[in-house]
Design a binder for this molecule. Structure first.
Ligand code: 4AD
Ligand code: MG
Length: 506
């Protein structure tokens, strides 16, 4: 048996492929079948003059998602995905498939999500999951190379880490418990034992909002380092993101192409330093009071509005032209399908742009009126990051809006040494981190001020009672990161079986 991803090594040779029929097209005496086997996609040609009547008839009967074994010859063809084509000589059906529900017709997102167990077989999810895999492997590779120990935090917890509003309550035998929102506090304990550690596990947040950035169950990577201040933390974050993105660029060219991902921002990300901006400066930039490379957020958003309006006009014109062609009743079916598909794609883009156009004035408004001391909303993050072509790091945040464990900035008790990494292209916060408060009394005071039950934090305070040291760490949301890398609009599409407000199935 051979795998599609290896076919380039078998040009001119016979191979045996096992996979599923994903697409089929017929022409006179020839069946074109796109086969997928999990490692890739390949066009297989069944030509009656080569394969004979019997094999050709078998090919004609194949339906979408039938599992098959093909024996055939590999031919080089640069026009095809993977650069090869297989000329089939023998066909064997392994598993039949009748009335497969996901067809070539456009389907709504809810239909696709209801059929997630099948949708995963299709190109986009396939490419995204392969990139997710590279990201996960790259994360381990990076931290292992840097001498970190992977150490896991528990999932059942007695207390909150990131504030009490988003806890999922459950039962732990006869007492209430919560699903973890973050492994950080345990990570801190493990860092005092092992120096540099990282946790990598599922985390849970009861976010009753259906935004494109929120899941109820998501995966987080949380490194924690003893003797690191926030500067060192930021250096590590930057090296880490650069490494993982470089792995994707190296290993997933095919997938990025399938996703039509313009990779220039990813290339910049591995080459250019990430701008580091204090919260104070970020506020001035958001409001349009401070320029970046001669531009302001407000100016840029207005430019964006003009460009969007122009693109909408062009699209409307092109759609109208094509719809006129479709009115011709003599149009050949193949040509009709081709044009109809194009129109559907353009209408989809049009809808997104119209939505964006409606939003831009709101973004401008929100940016201009941003109040010092507030957390950034999605619109503010979009305005801020639109001025940059790499991720940026915003640090020194108002204490009032950040978690209880963050260390105060010396001489500025209103600020803490937190850092958020904001991804470009509207993806917003992908990393949240900080230096941790190492002063016992300030920390205890913070626990009280946040209304957290002191008794559950005794063990955490022990980390300051017994050899407390400066230490820092951060959390990267895997799905936010993969969504940005793959330029997928909604995080629910970058996890195999998403869980978010309103979705627990399949
Ligand atoms: O900023 P957050 O809340 O930070 C923490 O949990 C810290 N304890 C991390 C640390 O310092 N060890 O969350 C970290 C990241 C966010 O930047 C975001 O990428 C992701 O987790 N995240 C979510 N991703 C998907 N859905 C949600 N509901 C998310 N909430 C946070
Ligand atoms: Mg955060």
């Amino acid at each position: 048996m051979h795998y599609i991803e290896d076919l380039k090594q078998f040009i001119g040779k016979d191979v045996v492929l096992k996979g599923w029929v994903t697409k089929k097209r017929s022409s006179k005496g020839i069946e074109f079948i796109v086969l997928r086997d999990g490692t890739g996609f390949v066009q297989c040609v069944v030509d009656v003059s080569e394969a004979g009547e019997q094999v050709y008839e078998a090919a004609r009967r194949l339906t979408q998602e039938t599992a098959v074994q093909f024996k055939g010859n590999v031919i080089e063809d640069e026009r095809q995905i993977g650069g090869v084509e297989v000329h089939v000589k023998e066909i064997e059906v392994i598993g039949p498939s009748q009335d497969y529900p996901i067809t070539n017709k456009p389907h709504g997102i809810d239909f696709l999500l209801d059929h997630r167990h099948l949708w995963l077989r299709h190109r986009r999810p396939w490419a995204i999951m392969r990139i997710r895999n590279t990201v996960i492997f790259g994360i381990h590779q990076f931290f292992q190379q840097e001498g970190f120990v992977q150490a896991d935090a528990p999932i059942f917890t007695p207390n909150a880490v990131e504030g009490t509003t988003t806890l999922f309550e459950t039962m732990f035998y006869d007492r209430p418990a919560y699903l973890t929102q973050s492994g950080q506090l345990y990570g801190e304990a493990m860092a005092m034992a092992m120096g540099k550690i990282y946790t990598f596990g599922p985390t849970f947040r009861a976010e009753k909002s259906k935004t494109r950035r929120h899941l109820s169950e998501f995966w987080m990577i949380e490194p924690e380092m003893a003797f690191y201040d926030n500067e060192m933390n930021m250096d590590l974050i930057e090296r880490f993101i650069k490494f993982v993105v470089s792995q994707v660029l190296e290993k997933n060219q095919l997938e990025l192409e399938l996703l039509e991902r313009d990779t220039s921002i990813l290339e910049n990300t591995i080459k250019k330093p990430f701008p580091r901006i204090t919260y104070d400066d970020a506020v001035a930039i958001i409001r349009g009071e401070q320029q970046v490379n001669g531009k302001t957020t407000i100016g840029l958003l207005e430019e964006m509005k003009a460009n969007t309006e122009q693109r909408i006009q062009t699209l409307e014109k092109e759609i109208a032209e094509r719809e006129k062609i479709l009115e011709d009743t003599n149009l050949k079916q193949g040509k009709r399908n081709f044009i109809q598909n194009k129109v559907d794609t353009m209408k989809h883009e049009l809808k997104e742009l119209q939505e964006k156009l409606k939003n831009i004035p709101l973004w401008i408004d929100s940016a201009k009126n941003f109040e010092y001391g507030e957390d950034f909303g999605g619109a503010d993050e979009t305005a801020l990051t639109s001025l940059f072509d790499t991720p940026i790091m915003v640090y020194n945040w108002p204490k009032a809006i950040k978690a209880f464990y963050m260390k105060e900035v010396p001489g500025r008790p209103d600020l803490v040494k937190g850092v958020d990494v904001l991804a470009p292209e509207g993806y917003g916060e992908i990393v949240g981190g900080s230096e941790r408060e190492s002063d016992f009394n300030i920390l205890l005071d913070s626990i009280h001020k946040h209304g957290l039950p002191e008794k559950f934090f005794q063990w955490y305070l022990d980390l300051r009672r017994f050899g407390g040291v400066p230490h820092s760490g951060f959390g990267l949301g895997l799905e936010r990161f993969v969504a940005w890398i793959t330029k997928t609009y909604h995080v629910r599409e970058v996890i195999p079986f998403p869980r978010y407000y309103g979705r627990l199935e399949p």
